[in-house]
Structure formats: structure tokens, C-alpha cells
Design a protein around this ligand. Structure first.
Ligand code: AMP
Length: 140
């Protein structure tokens, strides 16, 4: 994809600090980390969002992410008491680079990374059940 910074990283025309690579997936350090060790895992093929993935991409991406996360835990000098996996799908969700990517962020108590949460909904038990059924019906 022309003018996509992550496609250029995949092609090698823009440098990155590579962590992992296989046929389908590339992982590299985030250039502007939230915490030390923050990295990205991307499908090599250009997909804007998760909704655009083909059948296999999610598997490849998540399998690689699980491997990388386990490895990250063994690296000395990275403060890691937990991790956050984050994917922003679309501008409204905070996506800035429109080549889908999974953030793996090392976390520790009081690291000040907050996802400011406002609960916009207060569903009844009935509404929750209804929503679950509606979503389930849409799963192909
Ligand atoms: P998002 O808001 O989920 O789209 O996040 C995009 C992420 O990509 C940010 O955390 C950036 O710091 C990171 N980023 C942007 N350009 C580069 C780059 N050239 N190399 C590594 N990370 C990058």
C-alpha cells in the first residue's frame, strides 16, 4: 500500500528495530513507547483494521503475539508485572497508523497508563442477554 509507513517497514524502505518476523507477521519496537519494551505486531499484508482481515490473519497475528509476550517476560531490565494488548480499529478508537497493528505494552502497578473509562451504558440483565444473542447471530 502506497504511503503506508508500516508497509514501508515491511518492505525495508523505512528502518525498524525488528523483534520477530515470519512469513505473515512482523514485530518491531514502538518508536514512541508508553513503557519500556512497548512493541508492535503487524500483519505483513496491508489491512486497515481487524474487520478487513482474512480468515488466517488473526491466528497468525495472535499466535506470534503470544510467543512474543512470553519472551518479553524474560527480558531483564524491562519492568513488567503484566501486559496490555491493544488494537485500535478506526480513528474513533484512537488509531493513528492505518495499517492494523497490535500493541504489546509491558505494565506495572501505578505506571500511569490509563484508559480513561466512562461507563456510557447501564444495561439491565435482560438487555445484556438480548445484546449477546444479537451479536451471536451476526457471527459468521
Ligand atoms: P495507533 O494509535 O494504535 O495507530 O498507534 C500507532 C503507533 O505506531 C504509535 O504508538 C506510534 O508510536 C507507532 N509508530 C509510528 N511510526 C512508527 C515507526 N516508524 N516505527 C515504530 N513505531 C511507530
Amino acid at each position: 500500500m502506497e504511503n503506508c509507513i508500516f508497509c514501508k517497514i515491511v518492505e525495508g524502505t523505512i528502518p525498524c528495530n525488528k523483534v520477530y518476523e515470519d512469513e505473515h507477521v512482523l514485530s518491531f519496537m514502538d518508536i514512541n513507547p508508553i513503557n519500556k519494551g512497548h512493541l508492535l505486531v503487524i500483519p505483513k499484508k496491508h489491512y486497515q483494521e481487524v474487520k478487513d482481515y482474512d480468515e488466517e490473519t488473526g491466528k497468525f497475528l495472535f499466535n506470534a503475539a503470544v510467543k512474543i509476550e512470553k519472551a518479553l517476560r524474560n527480558v531483564k531490565g524491562i519492568k513488567l508485572e503484566g501486559t496490555s494488548f491493544v488494537i485500535a480499529n478506526g480513528k474513533a478508537a484512537g488509531q493513528e497508523v492505518f495499517h492494523s497493528h497490535l500493541h504489546i505494552i509491558p505494565r506495572y502497578e501505578h505506571d500511569n497508563m490509563t484508559l480513561k473509562i466512562t461507563r456510557n451504558e447501564k444495561p439491565t440483565a435482560e438487555e445484556l442477554k438480548m445484546l449477546a444473542d444479537l451479536i451471536n447471530k451476526e457471527i459468521k
